[in-house]
Design a protein around this ligand. Structure first.
Ligand code: GAL
Length: 633
């Protein structure tokens, strides 16, 4: 729980109500508190207009791509949402505030009423094709294209007020229009309006936009009013739920990992961007992938990390770069990312359509357990990702980020399988079967991602470590009190500004968040020199919610992690079941051996794991839930 100042509290009643209810963020709730609205039991799949067309989008381009999705069979494989991005709005009509569509670009919208074009015929058409329809807006008064576009051509026209096509001051009106009147099923809410229209903005200075004091700064979390940003996004979520009472919607947040959103989006919407925009360049893919790969515990059915749309079909991911295109797809599936095609499907070659259509890899992304892959091996050039599937099998991706081939020793233990029993694997590109015991050598080409589905004998015969099942864990309070940028996220050789200035700096807050099989700052989990290859690392003063559905036992070995620099304060570990205290350790300090804690959870639906300390600098006090596991099923 981030602290909110009294002044901010006075200005934002709804947030303060939330804060009052949860005055003690470590108090057990007895219920799963992450976002449960909308329809995102698995990550959304479909298509988005931005990467292919930017603001030069029109009805023919969208419908042609939608038609290809149907004709190619991708719709049957799950690609359902056809999302219109920035560029559709002509202006806001005054004084009634109605949004006017660019009818010249979307002719069907003017078919019934030229004065007030409506997207209803357009969404009807997509629905009749068996598809769903998505729309775009911005949380501020203006959109991102209005801040960044080099030309005026595709931007809203008219007076400053008429150009204000964003949600700010119009949340109820616009959301009702999109979902009730126009029949959209999905909304992406961007954030440039909250950050790019300060008094020094060129558009403001040129008299094209009204100044709005920025409340968000992607490069400086300390210049960001996290509570106000969160409050606005919660208000939009509430408006969507009112406008779409059947719950058939997807709410996508697009603030690029700013405002510490990587920690709280799971409580507010269905998908949330973890980074700035992807581009069709390998280095950029690495940035976006890195922004999500260590955040497995912050994603679960209903709310997913979004490293941005697929850029397969352009630049480093075009048909001449099938290795990179396949890596992009495999990695996004392992991350449980939304699979939103960003290509102009009128022109996409079959070789790339086959990448989108790999049903075995789609199945990993769409697996009902919703476990984002965790990192089993990590180095600058080579990573091994492992993901537990609902049938107990594992998906394994071996990702060569670098420029040379890499010899890999894949070990059964990296999959949390026994190393004296055979592991059978199917290569999900070639469909070749391979088998090994203990370990196997593989050679992975530069930029290649080998991806397998594996079957073996689990280390825990009748259950799983929690770190194998991040989809059932919610870090309801992760202990972070002072969000700072994660220094491990790859910084591109040339960012948006080329090589001007000093280069990219760390900018995505969340360093020190909860991690699977790792201490919060990346060290091996270790208590009093005993290492734990499996476990959850988190800061003190934290609470994890864990869904249980039939396991009989929860057990862990707990203590202050050796990576803690606070050697003074003690931590008490408590396990709750459906809100009742089941077990508690005595106070444990740095250097003391881990204590076993184990409870019967046979009829318990929600287990809560609380690490409480009198310390206030949680950042100096990482703790370990070593070998934390649900067993007995
Ligand atoms: C960016 C967003 C892109 C796209 C664009 C539209 O902020 O990240 O995905 O929506 O705005 O202008």
């Amino acid at each position: 729980m981030r602290m909110i100042t009294a002044a901010a509290c006075a200005a934002m009643l709804s947030i303060c109500a939330v804060q009052a209810q949860s005055a003690d963020p470590l108090a057990p709730t007895g219920s799963w508190t992450a976002y449960a609205g909308g329809r995102a039991a698995t990550p959304p799949m479909g298509w988005n207009s931005w990467n292919a067309f930017a603001s030069a989008v029109d009805e023919e381009k969208v419908m042609a791509s939608a038609q290809r999705i149907v004709d190619s069979g991708l719709e049957r494989k799950g690609y359902r949402y056809i999302n219109l991005d920035d560029g559709w709005a002509a202006r806001r009509r005054l004084p009634d505030g109605s949004l006017i569509v660019r009818a010249d670009k979307f002719p069907s919208t003017a078919a019934r009423d030229r004065e007030t074009p409506s997207f209803k015929p357009y969404t009807d058409r997509l629905h009749a094709m068996g598809l769903k329809a998505g729309i775009y807006s911005d949380m501020g008064r203006n959109t991102c294209a209005q801040a960044w576009s080099a030309t005026d051509e595709d931007l809203p026209k008219g007076s400053v007020a008429e150009r204000e096509v964003g949600l700010y001051d119009h949340i109820e009106q616009d959301i009702a229009l999109y979902f009730r009147e126009w029949g959209f099923d999905y909304i992406k809410v961007d954030g440039c309006g909250l950050r790019d229209f300060g008094p020094n903005s060129p558009k403001v200075k040129a008299g094209q936009a009204r100044a709005l004091a920025p409340i968000m700064d992607l490069g400086a979390i300390s210049r960001t009013d996290v509570a106000s940003v969160q409050n606005l996004f919660r208000r939009v979520g509430a408006a969507i739920a009112r406008s779409r009472p059947d719950g058939d919607f997807v709410y996508s947040l697009c603030i690029w990992g700013a405002a510490d959103v990587r920690a709280w989006a799971k409580d507010v919407g269905n998908v949330s961007r973890t980074s700035d925009d992807i581009s069709p360049a390998w280095g950029r893919l690495l940035v976006n992938y890195d922004s999500a790969v260590h955040r497995a515990l912050y994603a679960h059915p209903g709310s997913w990390n979004d490293p941005d749309m697929l850029y397969i079909g352009a630049g480093d991911f075009d048909a001449d770069h099938l290795t990179e295109a396949r890596s992009h797809f495999a990695l996004w599936a392992m991350l449980n990312a939304p699979l939103l095609i960003g290509a102009d499907l009128r022109k996409t070659p079959d070789a790339l359509m086959d990448v989108f259509g790999n049903a075995d890899i789609i199945a990993l992304d769409q697996d009902s357990a919703g476990n984002q892959a965790t990192v089993a091996y990590d180095s600058s050039d080579l990573q091994i990702l492992v993901k537990t599937l609902s049938d107990g099998e594992k998906a394994v991706a071996i990702f060569n980020r670098g420029s040379g081939a890499y010899d890999v020793d894949l070990q059964a233990t990296q999959l949390k399988y026994k190393d004296d029993a055979p592991v059978e694997m199917t290569d999900l590109w070639t469909k070749k079967q391979i088998s090994f015991t203990k370990e196997m050598k593989l050679r992975v080409a530069s930029r290649e991602t080998m991806i397998f589905r594996a079957r073996g004998t689990r280390a825990l015969a009748d259950g799983f470590y929690l770190s194998e099942q991040p989809g059932r864990v919610n870090p309801a309070a992760d202990g972070v009190t002072r969000p700072i940028a994660d220094p491990t996220i790859f910084r591109t050789a040339a960012g948006w500004g080329g090589t001007r200035g000093a280069g990219d700096r760390p900018q995505y807050a969340g360093w020190g968040g909860a991690r699977a099989d790792s201490a919060p700052y990346g060290q091996t989990l270790q208590v009093a020199r005993q290492t734990y290859p499996s476990g959850i690392g988190i800061l003190a003063n934290s609470r994890l919610e864990v869904r249980n559905d039939g396991y009989r036992r929860f057990a862990a070995k707990v203590g202050v992690d050796d990576s803690a620099t606070d050697k003074i304060h003690a931590v008490t570990f408590t396990v709750y079941g459906d809100g009742r205290r089941l077990a508690e350790t005595g106070p444990l300090k740095w250097g003391m051996p881990a204590q076993p804690i184990g409870v019967d959870v046979a009829h318990i639906k929600l287990v809560e794991l609380v690490a409480r300390s009198a310390a206030t600098n949680n950042e100096a006090l990482p703790v370990t839930w070593g070998e934390a596991a649900l067993t007995g099923r």
